[in-house]
Design a protein around this ligand. Structure first.
Ligand code: VG1
Ligand code: CO
Length: 542
């Protein structure tokens, strides 16, 4: 095998955000862009003699990028690569394969919920040997390498040699092609009561799973239709497409509006769910009801013991800071630890490894457990089906029971997309400099009790993350959080997170936006979003 040392120069902006490096596809296609970043990863992790998992969500450039990464892996001395057939692997499936085969890590090609295609986004993420996203110390080291790179190494071979069924070789490197679904589906069977779910479906319970033309299609068909006996057609938009059918593979009421319409119909399915581009997010619905991700986390934590994989109970719950406090109330009742971490799944890894959290969740439709080290969309869907089958209740009944026990935490996120980055940064900086003066002040209809910029010290390894978002707490218990997105590729996205708790004896049947109107008005009074951005309202409300 011939190896080429290709001279290159540092490219600006190769800094991973909340979840890997995400850029416009055109940027990833520009000369040496992917190659530089992959070499920087390899320089940071010293891959010689090691084994990695490789796969992606099937978006435009997935196939070409995989061929390049394989040739670079061979040139950098990697011993073995485990690759999903056709280059497909969901993010949780990569995490599982890393753990199952005890590899040294993995590379995931995805920009998750961001649209794909030549005009869309592309991304690359490195996961470590525990199956989870690389912690900041490693992503910082990778970024530092991109600033100094002078050459990358790539094998000249056009195509790998076929050695035996499913096995190839590129020079000394072995390539195993694996079915993307089988091992993941097998893992799900060990965690959930498939017999109970099969029985529920056999008795006429109807479900609709929307794969949004993204990676979970083949997983959904195998699990829901083949293994659980749901009728053909229960999984819709199941063929992964390079541009996700022109859609936005983000499972929320705005981008999965077809599913919402179907679920709101009087004769709609009993259960509806969707996942995102790379399969780590989920949306849960019952007929006539949307479950917020924050509530879903709380319900899952309260009922996890009904699933065989969690029969002995859970040791702790971790949620990202902007996620509502609904799960904290469950943790209190269960008498278990509850952690509030910065946004992004990478902050859950140490807690999961240390056994200090079993269930984790984010308000952005991410839920998961210690079965892998990523959030897991299909896992959440199966957990809900298991809970429904065991409790013998509808989604609406389960939510009503939950709120009657713990109270209801009204919650909503308002996104302002594509804001001028200078305006967005100024807004956040001004807010941060005013924090000390805010407590005691009136803000619209409410009074501010506390104002802080969120800093986090990991209780397991002591690592510190600072300035992760501004938290405003109001008299009467409302909370608003403001932070800038770390996954966008155009301008800045300002996220405003609103919540307010209503006790079990209070009015549990309000419209969430109406219930949150005072908190929203208070946040607006403090931050001046409308005046500063010139926007009348948010682009996306979830
Ligand atoms: C968003 C979400 C965050 C999530 C991240 C990756 O980040 O808010 O909760 O972990 O996306 O999700 P940000 O920085 O844009 O708010 V995904 O499905 O990309 O892997
Ligand atoms: Co995702």
């Amino acid at each position: 095998m011939q190896i080429e040392a290709h001279a290159t120069r540092p490219i600006d902006g190769q800094k991973p955000g909340t979840s890997g490096l995400r850029k416009k596809t055109a940027t990833f296609l520009s000369p040496d862009y992917l190659q530089n970043y992959v070499q920087a990863i390899f320089d940071a992790i010293e891959p010689a003699g090691k084994t990695y998992v490789l796969g992606g969500d099937g978006r435009y450039f997935n196939d070409v990028a995989i061929a390049i990464i394989l040739r670079m892996a061979a040139a950098n001395g990697v011993a073995r690569m485990i690759v999903g057939r056709a280059g497909l692997l969901s993010t949780p499936a990569v995490s599982h394969l890393i753990r199952l085969h005890e590899t040294d890590g993995g590379l995931i090609l995805s920009a998750s919920h961001n649209p794909g295609g030549p005009k869309g986004d592309f991304g690359l993420k490195y996961n470590i040997a525990n199956g989870g996203p690389a912690p900041e110390a490693i992503t910082d080291a990778i970024h530092a390498r991109t600033r100094k790179i002078t050459e990358y190494r790539i094998a000249k071979a056009d195509a790998p040699d076929h050695t035996q069924d499913g096995e190839f070789a590129l020079g000394d490197m072995r390539i195993d092609i694996v079915d993307p679904v089988t091992e993941y589906a097998d893992l799900m069977e060990t965690l959930f009561d498939f017999d109970a779910i099969r029985g529920l479906i056999a008795r006429g319970f109807t479900l609709r799973f929307d794969a949004m033309h993204a990676v979970t299609g083949p997983y959904g068909v195998e699990i829901f239709e083949r293994r659980l006996g749901a009728p053909g057609g229960s999984v819709v938009n199941h063929r992964p497409q390079p541009d996700f059918g022109g859609g936005h593979p983000d499972p929320n009421p705005v981008w999965a509006s077809d599913l919402v319409a179907a679920m709101m119909a009087a004769d709609g399915p009993d259960f509806g769910a969707a996942s995102d581009g790379d399969g780590d997010r989920n949306m849960i619905m019952g007929r006539g009801i949307y479950v917020t991700p924050s509530d879903s986390l709380a319900v899952i934590a309260a009922n996890a013991h009904l699933a065989p994989g969690y029969r002995d109970g859970i040791t702790g719950i971790a949620r990202s800071m902007p996620t509502s406090g609904a799960a904290d109330r469950v943790a209190r009742t269960l008498g278990i630890e509850c952690h509030q971490t910065p946004t992004g799944w990478k902050y859950f890894g140490t807690l999961l490894d240390a056994g200090r959290a079993t269930i984790c969740g984010e308000e952005s439709a991410g839920t998961g457990s210690d079965h892998v080290r990523e959030k897991d969309g299909l896992w959440a869907v199966l957990m809900w089906l298991n809970i429904i089958a065991t409790r013998g209740q509808s989604v609406a009944e389960i939510m009503a029971d939950h709120w009657a026990t713990y109270g209801r935490t009204y919650y909503s996120r308002h996104d302002f997309d594509g804001i001028d980055a200078t305006v967005a940064n100024a807004l956040m900086n001004d807010l941060k400099s005013a924090l000390a003066t805010l407590p005691g002040q009136a803000a619209g209809p409410l009074t501010i009790v506390e104002a802080q910029d969120f800093d986090y010290t990991d209780p397991v390894d002591g690592s510190v993350a600072t300035s992760q978002g501004v938290i405003l707490t109001f008299e009467g218990g409302g909370r608003a959080v403001l932070r800038l997105s770390g996954t966008g590729t155009e301008g800045a996205t300002l996220r405003l997170y609103l919540e307010r708790h209503e006790a079990p004896t209070g009015d549990l049947g309000q419209d969430p936006q109406a219930a949150l109107a005072p908190v929203k008005a208070a946040a607006e009074a403090v931050a001046g979003i409308r005046a500063r951005t010139g926007r009348d309202g948010p682009d996306v409300v979830t």
